[in-house]
Design a protein around this ligand. Structure first.
Ligand code: XBP
Ligand code: MG
Length: 234
């Protein structure tokens, strides 16, 4: 029986990655760094989850010598903090909308007593601002369990964030369904024994997904009854 829906955030609740990309670039410019992540490069960099990890990955590919600088970890931390400030301002200003069907699915689940949870790689403040800007302040209390970047040692595709969320929900993975947009997210959920439905986003629509229960173009025509049927297996 389906007891909880576990939502990924970036790419699943909303097409956030374009705002993340612009926020990274603004932070680089603020620090006088001539780095500019265009869409094609960002698509490749997204294979590494986590903002600080992504900057490190970029350096390893394009400026490997910088990784030997004594102050590089401090610089990466500062760049990421400033990037988060830019990102949350964009979200507060209404720059990111929910993807189709998300609001209705949450309403349906809450009305039916199916619990809601979040399992993401991004920072808690980013999720709070996104929920407040798109669903209103009260929506913060709709979620019984949050798993965020700060809560784990290993980010997706490692299953840790899902393990944290299952522990906080007090449910086995088989009683939940994860909604994810990426292969990394799908692997994380499956690694924790959580069945997954995938809805690719504009930055993951070229990925191949092995093993989800279903792949939906978006969730506009997907109801709770459809998700229950998926988990039951027919
Ligand atoms: C998305 C990510 C994040 C965001 C940036 O993961 O990989 O790193 O791109 O956010 P998910 P931060 O879809 O699992 O939420 O800079 O805060 O890491
Ligand atoms: Mg995602």
């Amino acid at each position: 029986m389906l007891r909880a829906l576990i939502f990924d955030v970036d790419g699943t609740l909303a097409e956030t990655e374009e705002a993340h990309r612009q926020a990274f670039n603004r932070s680089f410019a603020d620090h006088g760094l001539p780095w500019e992540w265009d869409r094609a490069l960002y698509r490749l960099l997204l294979k590494v989850t986590g903002g600080r990890e992504r900057i490190r990955h970029f350096l390893s590919l394009h400026h490997p010598g910088r990784l030997d600088d004594g102050g590089i970890e401090a610089l990466i931390g500062t760049l990421h903090t400033v990037k988060t400030g830019h990102y949350t301002r964009m979200v507060k200003d209404g720059g990111v909308a929910l993807r189709p069907g998300i609001r209705r699915l949450m309403d349906e689940a809450r009305a039916a007593g199916v619990r809601l949870a979040i399992a993401t790689t991004t920072s808690r403040v980013n999720i709070e601002e996104l929920l407040k800007a798109t669903l209103g302040e009260a929506s913060l209390s709709w979620f019984d369990a949050w798993g965020c970047g700060e809560d784990v040692t290993h980010k997706k595709p490692h299953p840790e964030v899902y393990e944290v969320v299952l522990h906080r929900l007090g449910l086995p993975g088989s009683a939940c369904l994860a909604l994810e947009d990426s292969a990394n997210g799908m692997r994380a959920a499956r690694g924790a024994g959580v069945p997954v439905a995938v809805t690719p986003s504009s930055y993951t629509d070229d990925e191949t997904f092995a093993g989800p229960l279903a792949v939906f173009h978006d969730l506009s025509a997907v109801g709770l009854a459809d998700l229950r049927r998926l988990v039951r297996g027919g």
